[in-house]
Design a protein around this ligand. Structure first.
Ligand SMILES: Nc1nc2c(ncn2[C@@H]2O[C@H](COP(=O)(O)OP(=O)(O)O)[C@@H](O)[C@H]2O)c(=O)[nH]1
Ligand SMILES: [Mg+2]
Length: 796
């Protein structure tokens, strides 16, 4: 590697961009390399190199750590600086290698999520696929591990969580009055009633629905529930595990009585984790998450649902090709995903249109207006239609994203926003080639994300480790520089000034929220009655809506079931404010190109100015003899501020949700009051209570309070950032300036570790360079190769 650097020079290359803006290349399918087709050797080598780099760094850190603790082990007191060092080393050594990438497949039941995951992992019959009248809906995570077996862990609600659910279910089913026949009919048709009844019967058997909470607490479940609340299934083969897993995640709504006892546990399932043995198609570090579309009545499950969406760094909105146009569910899913980009870690949204093989030819030909050539076959029609859907959906999605996200958000630049896939054709290939099913494209997408992440985390890791080794090594040097203290105090003053500027800059960023917030509050005030009316009206009138509404109130304004669209009154009421603030909010927290309202560039600028100053002072004071110190300071600044970015990412969720949280807490009493209402015309009276309650709260400044709370959250975030920066800089300068003061004892000699680390740090660039080179060579070979005409089997 060292030689390569000399040959190709040391200029940093824009590797990031080059690697990922490549057009998709078709790869030839040959039997020999079937197994590795999803992992071209070019990418494999890069991954391996990064992995090697990381493990070697870890080893160096570990050796350093051992030497250090040996040299201070018998001391009565360990100097603070050394403690700091030891702690930092330990944190780095123990940092987990795989911080997985979650890819969320987010879609309604029946959209084809499970089938798609099966195709991606190349296991035709793995996750149970739902047919007619069957609904599966719990979060299923699929990843690959290193063990030889297939394993599934079924996580159940804890005892306390189930009791809470029981309390709510029984409240929902509680009837105080005798119902007439019509009312009884409506009752039985009520979606919330149906679901609650079914859940209770499932666990406790027929008749459970008429028991009260205390009685049910004493009742014995039909099936024994493991005390660990986790059921683990293992199998040698995929099919075998699939068969074992099937009854747990597949549920039949009706005629359930005769079914397997495993099923009786369904209402208790929180989520399911499936691990495959080492797989080339879903590399370690990638988790595919099957996320049902609507959340759940159970608070714990609903919370998990939201958290799972938020932890995904990629969300694929999965929509059936026949429902993708104009479906309300599809719109809801998209909106929820865009919200996740604001709240959570998600940086990438794509639309995956499933069942792209489905097409009724005569109908298509009748409707077909565009196109000059005559369509000869089903295949041609399917391909044409898919292309059209892709164009149309890309345009619509881009427009939508543009309205909601800042103009330079990463997804907006993505060339591929929409995929048209067919899991069925992936296996059959009667109509489409493997390439045309776009399953390979999705795999490539996954791999790119993984490689990208690997590069970023390893780079960060190695850089941080290098900084620490610099510090450790410089501790061993006892040389004290002239005017050391003077320089440090210059640096300290400089840093203090810059922190003040940073604080102001952050204040300016956050101030961009003010106007849209005010505008939003104004719209919210004028439109809330309309919104509320729309939320409280069902197409069928009140029929079958009574208990659903009660459920909404029992859950503080939110009702999520597996069959209806999610109802969230708090979110609906605050939506006009979000509509106003979304683009600005997004641009504050985005990473990337610096513009007016973005936060991170200010922190970066702060970092650079500090590093520049250090270099300057270093040169002036002859630190060139002690460049370690200068380098340490510079590295350490990067490490500290790098950590800050994670902190901000984690906090932004609370900031974003503060509006709905505020409205929810203001309306709590009103919901509680409405939930108590029973008897004649209960549904109308409940609605009235809600309307009156909301009116009252709005008059008393509910929206203004929400605005204040959000501003308060921003204020807190600012204070938090500034405090963190101040604290870290103080620690760092103290450490640096006390070196050689006799505060430190002679430490173990870590010279060789330092040298090794320096080498590893240097090879970071080489690895990136190598990846780029290999990619370039591969492109060249592909272009030169005459065999790229197309995959075999394209003719029909
Ligand atoms: N024609 C066709 N049907 C599909 C395809 N993928 C899934 N399906 C069918 O769609 C139904 C729902 O699929 P499933 O994967 O269980 O959806 P999920 O509920 O989102 O997990 C099943 O009957 C599948 O056989 C496809 O690519 N083409
Ligand atoms: Mg499924």
């Amino acid at each position: 590697m060292a030689e390569m650097k000399d040959v190709f020079g040391q200029q940093p290359h824009p590797v990031e961009d080059d690697l990922y803006k490549e057009p998709m290349r078709k790869r030839r399918k040959s039997d020999r390399d079937q197994r590795f087709r999803a992992f071209p050797s070019v990418e494999q080598s890069a991954l391996k190199e990064y992995e090697k780099l990381e493990s070697r760094t870890r080893r160096v850190l570990s050796n350093t750590y051992q030497k250090l603790i040996q040299s201070v082990f018998l001391d009565d007191s360990i100097p603070n600086g050394v403690k700091y060092l030891i702690n930092r080393l330990l944190v780095l050594i123990e940092k987990p290698t795989v911080d997985p990438i979650y890819i969320g497949l987010f879609g309604s039941t029946g959209a084809g999520k499970s089938s798609l995951i099966n195709a991606i992992i190349q296991q035709a019959m793995f996750l149970p696929v739902s047919g007619e009248s069957i609904c599966t809906s719990c979060i299923v995570q699929v990843s690959s591990g290193c063990c030889a077996q297939y394993e599934a862990k079924i996580h159940l609600l804890s005892d306390q969580e189930w009791r809470e659910e029981l309390k709510n279910l029984t409240k929902l089913l509680h009837r105080t009055e005798e119902l007439g026949r019509e009312e009884a009919d409506a009752w039985n048709r009520d979606e919330a009633v149906e679901e609650a009844t079914w859940k209770l019967q499932m666990i406790y058997g027929n008749g459970a629905e008429s028991k009260n909470y205390e009685e049910l607490l004493r009742a014995k479940p039909k099936r024994k529930i493991p005390t660990s609340r986790v059921i683990t299934l293992k199998a040698e083969e995929a099919e075998e595990l699939s068969i074992k897993l099937d009854p747990y995640i597949r549920t039949q709504r009706r005629d359930w009585d005769g079914e397997a006892t495993e099923m009786h546990i369904w209402p208790l399932i929180k989520h399911v984790e499936v691990t495959l043995p080492k797989s080339d198609l879903i590399p370690e570090g990638v988790v595919l998450v099957d996320i049902p579309g609507t959340g759940d009545f159970n608070s714990k499950r609903d919370e998990m649902w939201k958290k799972t969406i938020d932890k995904c760094s990629v969300i694929w909105v999965i929509s059936d090709i026949e429902r993708v146009s104009g479906g309300r569910a599809h719109e809801d899913l998209l909106n929820e995903s865009i919200k996740a980009c604001q709240r959570g870690f998600c940086r990438d949204v794509a639309l995956v249109v499933t069942k792209a093989d489905k097409l009724h030819l005569p109908e298509y030909l009748r409707e077909r207006k565009a196109g000059n050539q005559a369509i000869q076959s089903q295949r041609e029609a399917v391909l044409e239609r898919n292309e059209m859907i892709k164009l149309q959906r890309t345009r619509i999605l881009k427009e939508k994203l543009k309205r909601k996200l800042p103009a330079d958000f990463k997804v907006l630049e993505a060339s591929d926003l929409v995929y048209t896939v067919s899991a069925q054709e992936y296996w059959q290939q009667a109509l489409l080639t493997e390439e045309e099913t776009e399953i390979p494209k999705l795999r490539e997408y996954v791999r790119k994300r993984l490689l990208d992440k690997k590069r970023r985390t390893v780079t960060k890791y190695v850089t941080e480790a290098f900084g620490l080794l610099l510090l450790t090594d410089s501790f061993s040097s006892t040389q004290n520089l002239p005017n050391e203290h003077l320089h440090m105090s210059v640096l300290r003053r400089f840093a203090e000034e810059k922190v003040e500027l940073l604080e102001k800059a952050i204040g300016h960023c956050f101030a961009c929220m003010e106007q849209p917030l005010q505008e939003g509050v104004r719209t919210a005030r004028t439109s809330y009655r309309c919104i509320l009316r729309a939320c409280l009206v069902r197409s069928k009138g009140n029929q079958g809506f009574h208990q659903t509404l009660k459920a909404v109130c029992l859950k503080n304004g939110i009702y999520a079931s597996r069959t209806l669209a999610r109802i969230d009154l708090n979110e609906a009421l605050t939506q006009p404010i979000y509509d106003q603030i979304d683009p600005v909010f997004g641009s504050i927290f985005r990473t990337g190109k610096p513009t007016g309202s973005a936060l991170m560039p200010h922190i970066d600028a702060f970092k650079h100015s500090l590093q520049e100053k250090m270099t300057e002072i270093g040169i002036r004071s002859g630190w060139k003899y002690d460049s370690c110190k200068k380098n340490f300071l510079i590295q350490e600044i990067s490490a500290i501020l790098g950590g800050l970015e994670d902190h901000i990412l984690r906090r932004k969720r609370r900031v974003y949700e503060s509006l709905t949280a505020s409205v929810q807490s203001d309306l709590k009493l009103c919901y509680e009051e409405a939930a108590q209402i029973t008897g004649k015309k209960a549904c109308e009276r409940m609605k009235d209570a809600i309307r009156r309650g909301v009116d009252r709260q709005v008059a008393e400044g509910m929206f203004e309070r929400a605005q204040e709370r959000m501003q308060h959250q921003f204020q807190q975030l600012k204070t938090g950032i500034v405090e963190k920066v101040k604290g870290s800089i103080t620690t760092m300068l103290t450490l640096a300036s006390s070196q050689g003061d006799g505060l430190y004892k002679e430490l173990a000699d870590v010279g060789s570790e330092y040298k090794e680390m320096e080498k590893l740090h240097r090879s970071l660039r080489e690895v990136a360079e190598n990846a780029r080179l290999r990619k370039g060579m591969q492109e060249f070979l592909l272009r030169a190769s005459p065999s790229k005409a197309g995959p075999p089997g394209t003719s029909l």
